[in-house]
Design a protein around this ligand. Structure first.
Ligand code: MRU
Length: 348
């Protein structure tokens, strides 16, 4: 089953807030509800939220009562702003919405409102189908970097089927290498505060029969220094033109420890996640979420933090390109200097 799919005039999404305890698929008929589901992380992971936003815009087309193309376009423009504001860091969100809006704008002069509604739904479906195909191509390139003797791969957050329409980015690489018969053991950073590693990556690895162990985020440095990890594969929410990689908070510390110990560090990044308009990673907008996600943690049935404690909840960090060995894309692996190599893979 896909993470995000269109069925019977509704957008359906696996509710990632309650996995692995419960598996539920939620239905959406309105773009505002879709925007809220993205903010609330019913759906998360850069490519998955891109696809969700695309179908959200298609829903906005059907919500609009406009009979003329020009007024439909105005409604779509308002909906696109709502959807794009749902989360700031993953560029796939704006990329997907802009892709559909370009089609709607380009055809508004010669197509009827109903034709435009159908065109953007078709484009959303195409984008979702392409995501799966791109992930599988990317996984082949990435799996070629995994040798038979590489027993331990370290990853953070969830970059699997759940973070995409299907198959995954970094976890897709691991899945393909496993299917190729390579002996792999995965260390999964639990990924506080929302525990995407412990909850979602572990759940996926169980389904695929890939051996794994969850480690607390602060354990990664220990195993990297002990020589127990052969490679790190991570995802990205936005990669700048110079190869600086924004990804789940904690990725930077992981990259530092990998670099210090000579362990190759590979972000797995579809070209839709590469933002060539940003020269470097300091320009990437970084989401800060509700402190309650940090403060709500319980230990032995009790809230950990004192009642009046304050917290900061930064959702992403940026790993500078000097710590990155290579960036795996659907068009091959880009190596430093990334300014040139990323432009090349994006053009392809
Ligand atoms: O906050 P999330 O769970 O949406 O963060 C997701 C990640 O950081 C992933 O690594 C990223 O989206 C790339 S993998 C599809």
């Amino acid at each position: 089953m896909r993470t995000v799919f269109w069925e019977k005039n509704e957008l359906k999404m696996i509710d990632q807030r309650i996995l692995p305890g419960r598996f539920e698929v939620l239905s959406y008929r309105g773009h505002k509800e879709v925007a809220h589901a993205i903010t609330d992380m019913v759906v998360r992971g850069a490519p998955a939220i891109g696809a969700a936003a695309a179908f959200g815009l298609a829903l906005a087309g059907y919500e609009s009562a406009s009979s003329s193309s020009s007024s439909l376009l105005a409604d779509l423009q308002a909906a696109s702003a709502t959807l794009k504001a749902a989360r700031p860091t993953a560029v796939n969100l704006a990329w997907a919405v802009d892709r559909l809006m370009e089609i709607a704008s380009a055809s508004s002069a010669e197509r009827s409102a109903d034709e435009i509604r159908q065109l953007i739904l078709d484009e959303a479906q195409k984008l979702a189908d392409e995501d799966v195909e791109i992930n599988k191509r990317m996984a082949e390139h990435g799996a070629a970097l995994i040798n038979d003797g590489d027993t331990i791969i370290l990853t953070i957050c969830n970059t699997g089927a759940l973070a995409t329409v299907d198959w995954g980015t970094a976890l897709g690489v691991i899945r393909t290498a496993h299917e190729q018969g390579k002996k792999i053991h995965v260390f999964v950073d639990e990924t506080r505060p929302r525990l995407q590693g412990a909850r979602l990556t572990a759940w996926e690895l169980e389904q695929y029969g890939i051996p794994y162990e969850i480690i607390s985020d602060n354990t990664a440095g220990y195993f990297l220094k002990a020589g127990k990890v052969q490679k790190c594969f991570v995802g990205s929410d936005r990669t700048a033109a110079n190869g600086d990689v924004a990804n789940k908070i904690g990725t930077y510390m992981l990259a530092l420890a990998a670099f210090d110990n000579g362990v190759p560090f590979y972000p797995v990044v579809p070209t839709s996640t590469i933002d060539l308009s940003l020269a470097h990673g300091d320009l990437i907008p970084i989401e800060e979420r509700n402190p309650q996600e940090v403060l709500g943690l319980e230990f032995e049935g009790q809230r950990v933090a004192p009642q009046n404690a304050k917290a900061r909840n930064i959702a992403f960090d940026v790993t500078p390109n000097r710590l990155v060995t290579g960036i795996v894309t659907e068009n091959g692996v880009a190596y430093p200097p990334f300014e040139a190599s990323l432009r090349k893979v994006v053009k392809e």
